[in-house]
Design a protein around this ligand. Sequence first.
Ligand SMILES: Nc1ncnc2c1ncn2[C@@H]1O[C@H](COP(=O)(O)OP(=O)(O)OP(=O)(O)O)[C@@H](O)[C@H]1O
Ligand SMILES: [Mg+2]
Length: 238
Amino acid sequence: MLELMDLSCGYGSMQVVKHLDLAVDKGSVTAILGANGAGKSSLIMSLAGQVDIFSGSIFYRGEEITKSSPMERVRKGIALVPEGRRLFKSLTVKENLVVGGYTTDKDQAGQSMENVISIFPRLGERLNQKSGSLSGGEQQMLAIGRALMADPKLLMIDELSLGLMPKAVDTCYKAIEALNKEGLTILLVEQSTQRALAVSQSILVLESGNTVWQGSASEARKSSEMIDAILGLHDSEK
Ligand SMILES: Nc1ncnc2c1ncn2[C@@H]1O[C@H](COP(=O)(O)OP(=O)(O)OP(=O)(O)O)[C@@H](O)[C@H]1O
Ligand SMILES: [Mg+2]
């Protein structure tokens, strides 16, 4: 589905992610872990075309997209749920969803909207509510819903659980698991090692932009103490 070869990206003259190799299988969930500032957001934003790529290449479904524009990548089926959600807070739930569907035609947008509402019925009940007045959990549902409006094949989510109550996290994860069962490939940045291990098949751990651990989730479970040590986590923070 996605192959990154020797990928480096960053800002201006500052290289943030360094020489990363990663293969993401179709239909899989891959989690990216790492301490604050490790380069997780920069990496997935570079895949969305929003951070400069310095060297290396990105192949998506067999096609090189290293130089494709953000819009072209959305059209090809790559959607990003950004860290902090970045909703249009003065717009309603429905208007935010419509914006998410701008790359598709009207029929597809209508179908996607129905799909989003069936995944998150809570959004369907609040279509005319300003998104700024939604709860944190509802805002995350809307951010995911907005990304789904583009009818993606690869969904990238930055910090799914950050700042949410456990119940809202459960709702979002249930949706992610259901979407994955339907065939959506998912790339997830997650603060919680336990959540990442529960939902993913593959794990990538970054430290200062370097890959310090990479492997299957089952191997990661055996190495979870090592991964927590890399992340600087203590028992109470897992
Ligand atoms: N727009 C920017 N301009 C310059 N440097 C940036 C920019 N955004 C991020 N950086 C730097 O890139 C590095 C990696 O940041 P990034 O946000 O990718 O990390 P992260 O792993 O997502 O961290 P967090 O867990 O806090 O979200 C940091 O040193 C950060 O200061
Ligand atoms: Mg980040």
